[in-house]
Design a protein around this ligand. Structure first.
Ligand code: ATP
Ligand code: MG
Length: 507
């Protein structure tokens, strides 16, 4: 028969011990995992955790506070292999999610939270920057009026992009969206523009190819790649563009010009939808959460041109969006179109016809316009869009009738030459002066009497002989403000000579 007095004291001891343990656990800063699954951990405790705060789990596995409820907290986990289990303890870091920043990131490939994934060793960062930060206010900004040269004739002439602008690249799958962005990065060589390429939800093999191409073109040294591939969890894909823009922002605040590419935001929206459905937030239109517009607007607002007082740095953003069957009026495309300062629309039909880059001059627009163009470029390209528009209009009419009058025929021949001149191979961005020369020659009508298939050989010969005998003309076109008549004459004469030498006039 056990002694009841003894039992009473034993239960008292147990109660005291339990009290001691409870007092030791500081529920404000420490929490306990109640459940875990699909890269979301529900945590009890962490009473004082803030939205967006970094939480550390055993492993260590990191997570970010995404849901704050009355007696639990939803944490999105930044790890592909989730080793934590029910009952594990986790701790507040009292810091929001941040990324290493600075020049040590140039030439590196990092994951969505700034950790290196290129096998080149640790990143020795002196500074860190929060991933989510408010965008600069209106008073801190300056006008966008300096061109960001893409090196692509069709863009620089008709849809010029300025430093600090947000220009959407939009089109169906496989229409050359990534190619356009990568060419723009390659073209920044020697122009003192840093680049950040943020890949969201793509295959690791495509990213490896892009890294290789950048390396081959000597462009990796001024570029950082933030990669959150399709195999990674939705929280990683969600945070990647914010990490990328924080890396860019650090340079912008140092007075540098930065170009950032988000490839692509449709996949980012899908990752966010997955994440919030897992967190049991209520779905809205197309099952996207109600704040899907805010998701992208707070990201793209961070691209701007800072005022002179703040160093005059800039972030130019090229977000990419994929459409389904060319439908730009779908939910995510319209959202992003309304946030950006214009769009480059890539047309599948043009792409399949061999018109590459497949920029649709009717649907593409840059709201900054010609204020982001040099004077000479503006003067040679001012009629280009109109001429292409009338070409397309006439082309539609000419399909009905066989007899075409002379003026219609002229518009058609000239338009075909213009389109031919605007074709450009991948990984071959051109310097500004070469773009001006090509467009000037196309506009002048000097090529209207040759076959479109001969256009590129003539332009190549012209460029070679100008480089050999008139290299000063290139400098004049890039630094001057007027296209001198004497320079035009040099070009006209050379084209005529090349045409006679090649004897390729159309009969
Ligand atoms: P996805 O929707 O799969 O991301 P995308 O729209 O980004 O595709 P890209 O991958 O850039 O398209 O290009 C599709 C294909 O077209 C690639 O094989 C690329 O090499 C080719 N391509 C793109 N631009 C050009 C060009 N200017 N000249 C020739 N080929 C090109
Ligand atoms: Mg792509």
């Amino acid at each position: 028969m056990p002694n009841t007095k003894n039992l009473n004291s034993l239960s008292q001891i147990i109660k005291d011990e339990i009290n001691k343990v409870e007092n030791k656990i500081d529920t404000a800063n420490v929490g306990q995992v109640v459940s875990v699954g699909d890269c979301i951990a529900t945590v009890y405790g962490l009473d004082e955790a803030m939205y967006g705060e970094l939480i550390i789990f055993p492993g260590p596995t990191y997570g970010m506070v995404m849901n704050i409820e009355e007696d639990s907290i939803g944490v999105a986990l930044f790890s592909n292999v989730i080793s934590i289990k029910e009952g594990d303890l986790c701790q507040r870091t009292k810091e929001v999610v941040s990324t290493p920043v600075g020049d040590c990131l140039l030439g590196r490939v990092v994951n969505a939270i700034g950790q290196p994934i290129d096998g080149k060793g640790k990143i020795e960062a002196k500074e860190y920057r929060a991933c989510e930060l408010p965008a600069p206010g209106i008073m801190e900004r300056d006008k966008v009026n300096e061109p960001l040269e893409t090196g692509i004739k069709a863009v620089d002439s008709m849809i010029p992009i300025g430093k600090g602008q947000r220009e959407l690249i939009i089109g169906d799958r496989q229409t050359g969206k990534t190619a356009l962005a990568i060419d723009t990065i390659i073209n920044q060589k020697g122009k003192d523009v840093y680049c950040v390429y943020c890949a969201i939800g793509q295959k690791n093999s495509s990213i490896a190819q892009i890294v290789n191409k950048l390396k081959q073109n000597d462009a990796l040294k001024y570029t950082t790649i933030v990669n959150s591939s399709a195999s990674e969890t939705s929280p990683m894909q969600y945070i990647a563009p914010y990490t990328a823009v924080s890396i860019a922002e650090h340079w912008m605040h140092q007075g540098k010009n930065v170009l950032i590419v988000y490839d692509d935001l449709s996949k980012h929206a899908v990752a966010y939808r997955t994440l919030l459905l897992l967190l049991r937030r209520s779905p809205g239109r197309e099952a996207y959460p109600g704040d899907i517009f805010y998701l992208h607007s707070r990201l793209l607002e961070r691209a701007c041109k800072l005022s002179k007082d703040l160093g005059g740095g800039s972030i130019t953003a090229l977000p990419i969006v994929e459409t389904q069957a060319g439908d730009i009026s779908a939910y995510i495309p319209t959202n992003i179109i309304s946030i950006t300062d214009g769009q480059l629309f890539l047309n599948t039909d043009l792409f399949n016809l061999g018109q590459r880059p497949a920029i649709d001059s009717n649907l593409s627009v840059s709201r900054v316009g010609s204020s982001a163009q040099t004077k000479i470029m503006k003067s040679v390209s001012k009629n280009l869009r109109m001429e292409l528009a009338s070409y397309h209009e006439m082309l539609d009419f000419s399909r009905f009738g066989s007899d075409l009058d002379k003026s219609t025929q002229k518009i058609l021949t000239h338009g075909a030459i213009l389109l031919e001149v605007l074709k450009q191979k991948q990984y071959m961005p051109l310097r500004m002066a070469s773009e001006i020369i090509d467009i000037y020659v196309a506009q002048s009508g000097l090529l209207d009497d040759v076959n479109p298939s001969d256009v590129h050989s003539i332009l190549k010969l012209l460029s070679n002989s100008l480089t050999a005998h008139h290299s000063d003309l290139f400098t004049r076109l890039e630094t001057g403000t007027t296209f001198l008549d004497s320079d035009k004459e040099i070009i006209d004469d050379l084209v005529k000579v090349i045409k006679t030498n090649l004897n390729i006039n159309k009969e």
